[in-house]
Design a protein around this ligand. Structure first.
Ligand SMILES: C[S@@+](CC[C@H](N)C(=O)[O-])C[C@H]1O[C@@H](n2cnc3c(N)ncnc32)[C@H](O)[C@@H]1O
Ligand code: SF4
Length: 345
């Protein structure tokens, strides 16, 4: 069987080449591109300015990737929505919509599952199933925008999966998401979070994009990081921080460090002091995240007082720090949990 072309993962130039290969005029590509990336139609039949013949050819030769909304949970506390989407092959992924005063932000998944094995994370419990295509990552945003009837202005790649482990597809996704002929989200409104795959972080830096890179740090010593994140067995903390400095040098973009506070594990005074030393002199921002306990592990959240103490220590040393608001506390919290619960059922 000849494989169909995933047209939503093609940039305009590639789509033009595809149309030319079908014996069609180049300008058809722009029309199809707009139907997919601006109007977010769900079938070739809705592309009404194309001839019937062309629509039939497209059905035969191309795939129009569309996600199916399987379930939505809406937080009564802050309106956060958690979506479970079905992919064409039956796999499930989750995405989150957070409503802020400054606009709507969507957190997307980059893989089905994850193979990085971080101890506190529900996404990795069953390992990696597969990478998501650029179209499947984009679709999470398009379906959510269509379902709420409001524009999405911010995107964070912080759902299930390690984006730097799906590098080429993520870079293509960024190109399509920020393209002026599509949804045209500003690069500055996009954050990509990584557990610290050093060579890929440097490769991304070399593209000199204006996106924010977030590093999941979670520990201030190599030993403790290794305990929480197996990826630390491959890269020393010093190498990961050097890659962050490299990213800043190439892009001028301030790095965000994510630090999930786990009670009794990485939340002591000593941890905070080491963290201060580690990032001193760097143009960065630290996001403290009270860990969201998952039932498969016995990690617990730090006490509220400990969290404040930790934050104050950083602030006193001139570090930009925020405690991340726990959005959607009343719906299946940690990413990967909703999918896991659904699969178990
Ligand atoms: C799910 S990951 C996805 C992006 C990328 N793989 C990474 O690790 O940065 C996004 C962030 O959520 C954090 N995270 C995962 N499970 C968590 C939990 N149970 N509680 C709090 N934060 C968690 C991760 O450490 C990471 O900083
Ligand atoms: S925290 Fe990120 S890298 Fe680690 S297992 Fe979860 S999704 Fe994967």
């Amino acid at each position: 069987m000849i494989e169909k072309v995933d047209v939503k993962s093609l940039n305009l130039k590639e789509l033009e080449e595809f149309l030319l290969s079908l014996g069609e005029k180049k300008f058809r590509a722009k029309q199809i591109y707009e139907w997919m990336h601006i109007h977010h139609v769900t079938s070739f039949d809705e592309m009404t300015n194309l001839s019937k013949n062309l629509r039939e050819t497209l059905k035969e030769k191309a795939d129009l990737i569309v996600l199916e909304e399987e379930l939505v949970q809406i937080s009564k506390i802050d309106g956060t929505r958690k979506y479970l989407f079905a992919l064409a092959d039956g796999n499930m992924i989750e995405s989150v919509l957070m409503k802020y005063k400054h606009g709507n932000s969507v957190c997307v998944s980059s893989q089905v599952g994850c193979r990085m094995g971080c101890r506190f994370c529900a996404s990795t419990l069953d390992g990696l199933v597969r990478n998501l295509t650029p179209s499947e990552i984009l679709e999470q945003i398009y379906r959510i925008q269509e379902s709420i009837g409001e524009r999405i202005s911010n995107v964070v790649v912080m759902g299930s999966g390690e984006p730097m482990d799906n590098y080429d597809n993520i870079v293509k996704f960024i190109e399509l998401l920020t393209d002026e002929h599509g949804l045209h989200i500003s690069q500055r409104n996009l954050t990509v979070s990584t557990c610290g795959l050093v060579p890929r972080m440097k490769q991304l830096a070399d593209l000199k994009l204006q996106i924010t890179l977030a590093l999941s740090l979670h520990a201030s010593s190599q030993e403790k990081r290794k305990e929480l994140m197996p990826v630390a067995n491959s890269y020393e903390l010093s190498e990961v921080l050097d890659a962050c400095r490299y990213y800043f040098d190439k892009t001028g973009r301030r790095i965000t460090f994510e630090y999930s506070l786990v009670g009794g594990v990485n939340d002591t005074d000593e941890d905070a002091e080491r963290l201060v030393k580690l990032v001193s002199g760097m143009n960065c921002h630290i996001n403290l995240i009270p860990v969201n306990p998952i039932k498969e592990r016995d990690y617990v959240q730090s006490d509220h007082e400990e969290i404040l103490k930790f934050k104050n220590k950083l602030e006193k040393n001139g570090i930009n720090v925020t405690i991340r608001r726990e959005m959607g506390r009343d719906i299946d919290g940690a990413c990967g949990q909703l999918r896991k619960k659904f699969l178990e059922r």
